[in-house]
Design a protein around this ligand. Structure first.
Ligand code: R7I
Ligand code: MG
Ligand code: MG
Length: 346
C-alpha cells in the first residue's frame, strides 16, 4: 500500500504482537540455533491463540486504547490503564523494577503520575526497554513527527524517567513513523533521517547528563545508529558481531538499535533463512536467532517491518497461533481512521 495505508497500520500492530508471542519462547536464551527458530516458526500443530503475549503487548494495547479513547495523549488515562492491566494480569512477565511503578500508579491518591517512575533505581529512573516496546501506537496516532516524538517520550516517561529509557521509545516510534510513510524503500534515507532526528532529540541537557551518569557516550543512540548504518553497509555480519556491537539485552540502548538493524539487514534474502520467506518472516526469524530479549526485540522489529511490508506479508498461520493478533488488527484499523480524520498538522 501507499504511505500510511491501512495495510501498513495493520502490519505495524499485528507485527508487534506476533514478534512478542513468537519471541516469548526464547526470551533470555543465550544463543538460539537458527534451525530451532525455524522449527518453532513452522510448527503448525499449535491451536488458535496458544502462543500467549507478554507485558510488551499488554502495555502496547493500553497505549493504543488510551490514544483512541482520549483522541490523543492523556497521561492520567494511560497511567490508569497500565495500572489496571497489571492488576488484572500481573503474570505477563513484566520487568522486575517496573512492577513497583505499576503498583503505585494504581493508587487513587496519586496526583503526579510521572512521580513513581522518577523514584526508580535510586532516583535515576529505568533505562529498560519497556517504554520502547510499547511505542508503536504513537506513530499510528499522530501525523506530525514532532507530536510522535513528544507523546512517545511522555508516554514512556510514565514508567521510564531515565533519558536513555524514554529516548529509546522516541527512536522506536520514529522508526515506525518513517516506515509507515514508506521511507524504508530507500534504506539510506531511513537511517540518515533517524540519525538526524536523534541528534536533535539527544541534544538536550538532561539526556546528556543521564548518558554521562551511565558512562555512555554523549549521544548514545546516535552512536549506535551510526554503527547500525555501518553494519548494514557491510556485506556479511555475524550474529556474534550484532550481539557484541549492538546488544540483545533488556536496556533500551541495547535493543532498539538492534531491532532497527534486524529490519534493515532482512530487507534482502539472507543466507540460512528459507528462500520462500518474505521480508517480514526474515525479520522475525533473525530477531529470534539473536537470543537475549527476543520477545521485545522481535516486537519492535515486527512493528517496523509490519509497517513497511503491510499486513498481507504476515503469514496467516502465524497470526492464528498468536494471542491478541485479532485485537491488534482491529486497534490498528481504528487508529487508521483517527489518523486520517485529523488535519495534517495534528
Ligand atoms: O523496562 P521494563 O519495562 O522491562 C521490559 C522488559 C522486556 O524485555 C519485557 O519483555 C520484560 O521481560 O521486561 O522494566 P524495568 O524493570 O524498568 O527494567 C528492566 C530491567 O532493566 C530492570 O529489572 C533492571 O534489571 C534493569 N534496569 C536497571 N538496572 C540498574 N539500574 C533498568 N534500569 C536500571 C538502572 O537504572
Ligand atoms: Mg515481555
Ligand atoms: Mg522482553
Amino acid at each position: 500500500g501507499g504511505p500510511a495505508s491501512l495495510s501498513r497500520f495493520r502490519g505495524a500492530l499485528v507485527g508487534a504482537v506476533l514478534g512478542d508471542c513468537l519471541g516469548g519462547d526464547f526470551e533470555g536464551a543465550e544463543d538460539v540455533p537458527l534451525d530451532r527458530v525455524l522449527q518453532h516458526l513452522q510448527d503448525d500443530t499449535r491451536g488458535d491463540g496458544t502462543l500467549q503475549y507478554s507485558d510488551d503487548t499488554a502495555m502496547l494495547r493500553c497505549v493504543a486504547q488510551s490514544l483512541l479513547n482520549r483522541a490523543g495523549f492523556d497521561e492520567q488515562d494511560m497511567a490508569r490503564r497500565f495500572a489496571k492491566e497489571y492488576s488484572l494480569a500481573p503474570g505477563r512477565g513484566y520487568g522486575a523494577g517496573v512492577i513497583q511503578v505499576l503498583k503505585k500508579l494504581a493508587s487513587p491518591q496519586l496526583s503526579d503520575v510521572y512521580q513513581p517512575a522518577r523514584a526508580q533505581f535510586g532516583g535515576r529512573g529505568s533505562f529498560g526497554n519497556g517504554g520502547a516496546m510499547r511505542a508503536a501506537p504513537f506513530a499510528l496516532a499522530f501525523k506530525n513527527p514532532a507530536e510522535v516524538k513528544r507523546c512517545s517520550r511522555l508516554g514512556a516517561t510514565l514508567t521510564h524517567s531515565c533519558a536513555i529509557g524514554y529516548n529509546g521509545a522516541v527512536l522506536q516510534a520514529l522508526a515506525v513513523h518513517l516506515s509507515l510513510q514508506g521511507v524504508l524503500a530507500t534504506p539510506q534515507e531511513f537511517i540518515n533521517k533517524l540519525i538526524s532526528e536523534m541528534e536533535e532529540v539527544e541534544n538536550d541537557e538532561t539526556a546528556r547528563s543521564d548518558a554521562r551518569a551511565l558512562n555512555e557516550s554523549e549521544f548514545p543512540f546516535c552512536t549506535r545508529l551510526h554503527k547500525v548504518k555501518e553494519m548494514v553497509e557491510r556485506n556479511s555480519v555475524s550474529i556474534e558481531e550484532v550481539i557484541s556491537e549492538l546488544g540483545n539485552g533488556i536496556a533500551a540502548l541495547h535493543s532498539v538499535p538492534t531491532a532497527i538493524f534486524c529490519v534493515m539487514h532482512c530487507l534482502e534474502p539472507r543466507e540460512g533463512l528459507p528462500e520462500q520467506y518474505g521480508g517480514f518472516e526474515r525479520t522475525i526469524a533473525y530477531s529470534l536467532a539473536l537470543g537475549g530479549d527476543t520477545d521485545t526485540i522481535a516486537c519492535m522489529a515486527g512493528a517496523i517491518a509490519g509497517a513497511h511490508y503491510g499486513v498481507d506479508s504476515v503469514p496467516q498461520t502465524w497470526q492464528r497461533c498468536c494471542e491478541g493478533a485479532v485485537e491488534a488488527d482491529s486497534l490498528a484499523e481504528h487508529l487508521h481512521n483517527m489518523y486520517h480524520r485529523t488535519p495534517s498538522d495534528g
